[in-house]
Design a binder for this molecule. Structure first.
Ligand code: ASP
Ligand code: MG
Length: 479
């Protein structure tokens, strides 16, 4: 069970998670057998926890402020983080001895964090390595809290970092990947023996360690990834990602009032949805569990009634549904590059993408017609200036004759495995959009046929999503 940062944002929520979710689920194994007494009759649970909502962002702000030499800002953000955690630590447990233990654990972590900050401030430098070290404190501070909340309600628990749990990664700080063979051996050894003793391991999400023992982070939102890594290593029956939404939905409920929670989606569909803006999943989080077919359930800590969405190998829930979700990616821009020397010259696309890649610009969508006279790309709006500059400096006047930019566009994507091999989907999509008077600027569909994506002016984004939600009758998907 992985808990997101909003689920553990204050004392009440942490208690709720411990008492109403973890403890209940652990004891649930006893439901069928009233006489069961040993721990082997209950569920085995591993808990993974994210930093309190906003804390990772604050730690990133600290890094930025160190680089900017704003020491008072550094200390004021640090002070907030300290206060917030100290106050939870001193109010969380009903048992005094637990409060003492917990506050001293928090003290030690905060001291370590202050020492690190001092070093970073003195050097006036943030390296990828020191940054990951600093970012790790968000998770390292919350894991002991949830652990003690569990002890306080009578659940045997122990907190550990991703490193302690055995997650070994490469040294690609900020976006590290697990070395699965080593990790598997270590995680099994550590976690399985704790489970056998009836202990609930409470593991920090988001962080691991490289082979030299340095702390690494798995990329933003990486706690999901931690959960699936561990699940894969110990052959878990399922992964539950506990968050503050009911699950993956047919559309953003802020745009479509009657958007529905999807009961089941396939791994492939979930991946498309994650890429297309359903922001509940780390993009690589599915990788570790794909082969084993371990299902993932997305559940809402604030709505225990709702069964959430199950992401699985072969869903059966919506056999006749062609499209399952419509999503919009906002705040993106379109770059159109043209030039007659692009026609028929191999390596053109490669050079363009290389320039963008070297400048760390992520291309979200690409389209090129067979005339080869232009290539259209969509990038985040925040990357637009950098992208255009890079293209101008490196290629304009040579390979490229002109660069045209449309800043305010949105990508609309329809997702669903049922689209594969079904005729007429594109026709329905574009007719529905055209009937609302919306112009389509660019189109892309991968040959996987799991999604069909197109670009419109941003001011039409909501209308387009609504039109497609209606067209595919997604409001009635669960009936
Ligand atoms: N705390 C980390 C982040 O905010 C990891 C996570 O939340 O999953 O990115
Ligand atoms: Mg998070």
């Amino acid at each position: 069970m992985k808990f997101g940062g909003n689920a553990v944002a204050d004392v009440e929520r942490i208690r709720h998670v411990a008492r109403d979710i973890v403890k209940k689920a652990k004891e649930k194994g006893n439901d069928d057998d009233k006489h069961a007494t040993t721990s082997t009759d209950s569920n085995h649970i591993v808990v993974v926890v994210s930093a309190i909502k906003g804390v990772t962002d604050d730690l990133i702000k600290i890094c930025d402020s160190i680089i900017g030499g704003q020491s008072s800002r550094v200390y004021s953000i640090m002070h907030n983080i300290e206060e917030r955690h100290r106050s939870i630590a001193s109010n969380l447990c009903s048992k005094g001895s637990y409060t003492n233990e917990l506050t001293s654990i928090v003290d030690i972590l905060i001291k370590e964090m202050n020492d690190l900050l001092k070093g970073m401030m003195l050097l006036n430098e943030v390296t990828p390595r020191s940054r990951d070290y600093l970012l790790s404190f968000g998770e390292r501070l919350i894991a002991p809290m949830l652990c003690y909340a569990l002890k306080d309600v009578g659940v045997e628990a122990e907190h550990l970092t991703g490193k302690d749990a055995g997650i070994i990664t490469d040294s690609n700080y900020g976006d590290a990947r697990p070395l699965m063979d080593t990790t598997r051996l270590r995680v099994r050894h550590k976690i399985l023996s704790m489970l056998e003793h009836g202990t609930v391991p409470v593991v920090t999400g988001f962080i691991g360690s490289d082979q030299h023992g340095n702390i690494t982070t798995l990329g933003r939102g990486g706690s999901d990834y931690t959960a699936t890594i561990i699940a894969s290593c110990i052959d878990a029956d399922e992964v539950m990602l506990w968050t503050d939404v009911d699950g993956l939905m047919t559309a953003d409920p802020k745009i479509v009032k009657d958007a529905q929670v999807l009961r089941e989606v396939s791994y492939a569909e979930a991946m498309e949805m994650a890429l297309f803006g359903a922001k509940y999943l780390h993009p690589r989080a599915l990788e570790p569990i794909l082969d084993k077919g371990i299902p993932i359930r997305i559940r809402n800590v604030f709505n225990l009634e709702c069964q959430g969405t199950t992401i699985m190998k072969s869903p059966t829930a919506y056999p006749s549904k062609i499209v399952k979700a419509v999503t919009a990616i906002r705040n993106v821009s379109l770059i159109d590059v043209r030039g007659s020397s692009m026609v028929g010259s191999p390596g053109t696309a490669g050079r363009i993408f290389n320039v963008l890649g070297e400048n760390r610009i992520n291309i979200i969508m690409i389209s090129q017609g067979p005339s080869e006279a232009s290539i259209s790309m969509v990038v985040r709006k925040s990357d637009l200036d950098k992208a255009v500059n890079a293209l101008e400096l490196n290629l304009l006047g040579r390979l490229i004759k002109s660069i045209d930019v449309t800043d305010d566009v949105a990508i609309i994507a329809v997702v669903g495995a049922g689209m594969r091999g079904t005729k007429g989907v594109a026709a329905r999509v574009f007719k529905a959009v055209a009937d609302r008077g919306i112009n389509v600027i660019m189109i892309a569909q991968g040959s996987s046929e799991l999604n069909l994506a197109f670009v419109v002016e941003d001011r039409y984004a909501e209308d387009a999503v609504k039109a497609l939600h209606d067209e595919f009758e997604l409001d009635r998907i669960n009936q």
